[in-house]
Design a protein around this ligand. Structure first.
Ligand code: AGP
Length: 604
């Protein structure tokens, strides 16, 4: 997944492009580049590595003043990170930046080489530039339309033609692209944070449309080439929210935003009382007989908690599916089935593919998404937004807990509709949902405790998480957080599984985090915990205040505020997020942009 930007207006294009790319680095950061159109002469500067390498090159390039340009920050898919494979790519009079994957690029490249075209990079993107230049006589729109018919795959493109000095053409399919509208200036970007410093007003470019940006204004052509008028949206985020605001890392800021994110996600949906929870978004639920809860990574882990809650409260069978597996399986959909698709970015390629699969099969899709107007949000039948605000760190925290909160509200709503949860029990859970933001603040108040634990175990080679039921789902997410940002090996084990093999990995000093939010399973989890203790493990035990054992059989303890255990996983994950964060800081990894990862995986 990559980030693209474009600018046309009254300020220095290069300045906007660099600042915009910095806001999109979470989308990919193995190389970057910009191209500006100076009165018909396109000047391109690009560099492997981080933005500072590009800025260093730009300082030496002494770019002429320009008010129109495009930029790109890359997450390599075809061709290793290098100067030559960096975007923008050019061919003849065409220069462009691309986010996505062209699946038939090899065949198109071969055809063009047979026609004498010479390629300089190993990228799929260069094929687009060559095709555009091949078709370009004197009509850019015609050249674009012809080129797009030859491409199979995903793309968001910003294109310059050297003989159209002040103009940028933008088009998309399957990859995101938004057009920011300022006063006499237009910004093009993969995501809204890139231009929040200029404007909060934006257009969503639909597939098949072409945006023509010129001299600080924009017009749109529909897929038949006719002028079309589009709705102008206003971002609910502000510039500061997309900034670090004094925190060392976005991830730390976003963990501290979890109380606010939970409040913004829960309160609007419970404001009218328990009988109206989610009623605006989930108008009718009686037809639902079975749910396929689908996502990738943390989103799938949130789904594990959703399954547990929905099955226990609403007695609706749920299966939790990994999107990249589900899309290639043979789901035996039946009447009454629905897909719950969970995605922070709303652009994850594998999750998008599940959306398309469900639509082809006529199965309704309920999306739980954070990015307003994202592809999954736009393609689903029902959207339940997580209202977490912009999440910049690659490792999700506030969006994950907000996803779980939405799933809990959904479980409660389904249970009330089906009368499978008693009024008394429903009111207890409703009350607990209200308490979550405040209780999350209490958990965050013990940050130094989590930092100390991280420091204690920062040099461990492995760290295991064990738990049962919903606690195992928390383990899965805690383990992923630790792995993805600290690069420490970790695994999550259903506690009952240890004796079936994995306990052989336990030896003197191996840290094990045992999670117990569920009273009914606590005794069993404690006996599993004692099994690993007996083999030399260092155990961190996590449980609610009311369940702190009299006998101190653990090395360390994470005490959670008491709250109804049905929603306690939302609190239980926060210390694990913090332990992962401080472990990563201690081990010197790039917390917000971990190696090999990107915030939204828009490639398969
Ligand atoms: C979680 O910290 C990771 N960044 C990753 O697992 C992520 O949850 C997954 O790629 C799904 O992304 P999405 O929610 O944007 O679809």
């Amino acid at each position: 997944m990559c980030g693209i930007v474009g600018y046309s207006g009254k300020r220095s294009a290069a300045d906007f492009l660099i600042n915009g790319l910095k806001k999109l680095e979470y989308r990919g950061y193995d190389s970057a580049g910009i191209a500006v159109n100076c009165g018909g002469k396109i000047v391109t500067v690009k560099a492997e590595g981080r933005m500072e390498n590009l800025e260093r090159k730009l300082a030496q390039a002494a770019l002429p003043e320009a008010f129109c340009g495009i930029g790109h920050t890359r997450w390599a898919t075809h061709g290793e990170p290098s100067d030559i494979n960096s975007h923008p790519h050019s061919a003849g009079r065409v220069t462009l930046v691309h986010n996505g994957i062209i699946e038939n690029y090899a065949k198109r490249k071969q055809h063009l080489e047979e026609k004498g075209r010479v390629f300089v990079s190993q990228t799929d993107t260069e094929v687009i530039a060559q095709l555009l230049d091949y078709y370009y006589a004197d009509n850019p729109v015609e050249a674009i339309q012809k080129t797009l018919t030859k491409l199979r795959g995903s793309y968001a493109l910003a294109i310059l033609f050297s003989d159209r000095p002040d103009t940028i053409y933008a088009v998309r399919k399957d990859s995101p692209l938004v057009i920011g509208k300022g006063k006499d200036e237009i910004c093009i970007a993969s995501d809204i944070p890139a231009f929040l410093s200029v404007t909060k007003d934006y257009y969503l470019l639909e597939e098949g449309e072409i945006a023509i940006v010129r001299n600080g204004d924009v017009r749109f052509l529909d897929e038949w080439g006719n002028e079309t008028v589009k709705q102008l949206n206003t971002a609910t985020w502000n510039f500061e929210e997309a900034e670090k605001c004094g925190y060392k890392h976005f991830m730390l800021k976003e963990m501290h935003e979890e109380p606010k994110s939970l409040k913004n996600t829960i309160y609007p949906r419970i404001a009218d009382g328990i009988d109206h929870i989610l009623e605006k978004e989930l108008a009718s639920t009686e037809s639902i007989r079975r749910l396929y809860i689908v996502g990738c990574g943390s989103a799938m882990h949130a789904g594990l908690l959703g399954k547990s809650a929905i099955e226990s409260l609403a007695h609706i069978p749920c299966s939790v599916e990994i999107a990249s597996e589900f899309r290639y399986g043979t789901p035996l959909f039946a009447d009454g089935d629905a897909v719950v698709l969970i995605s922070q970015s709303g652009e994850t390629a594998d999750s998008l593919a599940v959306l398309k699969l469900a639509r082809e099969k006529g199965v309704p899709v309920i999306a739980i998404v954070n990015v307003v107007g994202s592809s999954i949000a736009r393609g689903a039948d029902i959207v339940l937004y997580t209202n977490a605000g912009p999440e910049i760190a690659v490792a999700t925290t506030k969006a994950y807990t907000a996803q779980v909160a939405v799933l809990y509200m959904m479980a409660l709503r389904l249970g009330i509709d089906r009368k499978t949860v008693s009024r008394e029990r429903a009111e207890q859970i409703f009350e607990a949902l209200k308490q979550l933001p405040e209780k999350a603040e209490e958990v965050l108040a013990n940050e130094t405790e989590y930092q100390r634990m991280a420091t204690t175990y920062r040099n461990s080679h492995d760290l295991f998480f064990i738990g049962r039921g919903q606690d195992w789902a928390i383990c899965c997410e805690g383990s992923l957080k630790l792995k993805e940002i600290s690069y420490m090996h970790s695994e999550a084990y259903a506690a009952g599984e240890l004796k079936h093999g994995t306990i052989s990995l336990i030896e003197e000093g191996v840290p094990v985090i045992a999670i117990s939010t569920t009273a009914a399973l606590r005794e069993k989890t404690i006996s599993n915990l004692k099994e690993v203790l007996a083999r030399g493990a260092h155990v961190i035990y996590e449980c609610p205040a009311s369940a702190v054992p009299e006998q101190k059989f653990y090395h360390d303890i994470i005490v959670l505020p008491d709250i109804d255990e049905s929603v306690m996983p939302i609190l239980a994950i926060i210390p694990l997020q913090m332990i992962a964060y401080y472990t990563a800081v201690d081990r010197g990894s790039d917390v917000d942009k971990p190696r090999n990862l990107a915030k939204s995986v828009t490639v398969e």
